[in-house]
Ligand binder design. Structure first.
Ligand code: 0O2
Length: 221
């Protein structure tokens, strides 16, 4: 009986997680459409790359324990909003906000929460635009709203965050204070690089435009 209980639980868990995988698929399709449309219009493509991940059962269990949550599917659905995660890396800060608007203004998407760590960086220097969105997924037995965590950032922010993440895990969260200071400083340097790159980008656009402000030249080749 215990084995059949376990098998039932595993089946329920994989069906539960499947919805989140489909939620990711829906968001990725929306991003692909935006990217292809930008490409078609011959405009500058605001998206550098896209990553997605489904939280592992171990990591979900870890969060249930850390937050002392009721371990029911219903409570997990309500309390753990980052089971499905999509990270979009853009070239410039303005692109990050543009992509955020283009996605969150779509009529089938409901925005549950926004955390703008670009405007208000975390004390360690972490920058990114976060949103918890809800997207409908059409299953055989009906429509289910699925929450997806969106993280939108620039290449420089992403570079910093991946190194910081590695260091954080290497020291199991207890990063030596000398390193912490250095990390925050590099986050500020990365933010400065973002500003300068954006300025440079605008200068290039201005140089390639005619007096009426229309772009006149495409990249050769
Ligand atoms: P992983 O391994 O990337 O999934 P919560 O998720 O509710 O516990 P919180 O603080 O409410 O956390 O959510 P928040 O601030 O929106 O951050 C969630 C995710 O953002 C993290 O997920 C990271 O991916 C990223 N993040 C937030 N702060 C930092 C930071 O200081 N450094 C880096 N590198 N990433 C950060 P996880 O689950 O912590 O990690």
């Amino acid at each position: 009986p215990l084995l059949s209980e376990m098998a039932k639980l595993r089946e329920e868990l994989s069906r539960f997680l499947m919805r989140y995988k489909f939620g990711i698929d829906e968001v990725l399709t929306k991003i692909t459409i935006l990217q292809e449309e930008f490409l078609h219009l011959h405009e500058h493509n605001p998206i550098e790359h896209v990553n997605s991940r489904l939280k592992s059962p171990e990591s979900i269990i870890g969060k249930i324990e850390r937050k002392s949550l009721d371990p029911s599917f219903d409570s997990i659905r309500r309390s753990i909003t980052d089971i499905a995660g999509v990270r979009i890396t853009c070239s410039f800060i303005a692109d990050a906000y543009r992509v955020f608007d283009l996605l969150t203004q779509q009529s089938d998407i409901r925005v549950l929460e926004v955390k703008d760590y670009i405007k208000d960086p975390k004390p360690n220097g972490y920058r990114s635009l976060h949103a918890i969105i809800e997207i409908p997924v059409f299953m055989s037995d009906g429509v289910v709203p699925v929450t997806v965590e969106l993280q939108i950032r620039t290449i420089a922010m992403d570079f910093w965050a991946s190194l910081e993440h590695k260091i954080y895990y290497k020291y199991d969260g207890q990063v030596p204070s000398a390193l912490l200071g250095n990390l925050t400083e590099t986050a500020d340097i990365a933010a400065n690089l973002d500003l300068r790159m954006e300025r440079l980008h605008h200068e290039v656009l201005a140089l390639n435009s005619d007096p009426s402000g229309q772009e006149t030249r495409d990249r050769p080749g």
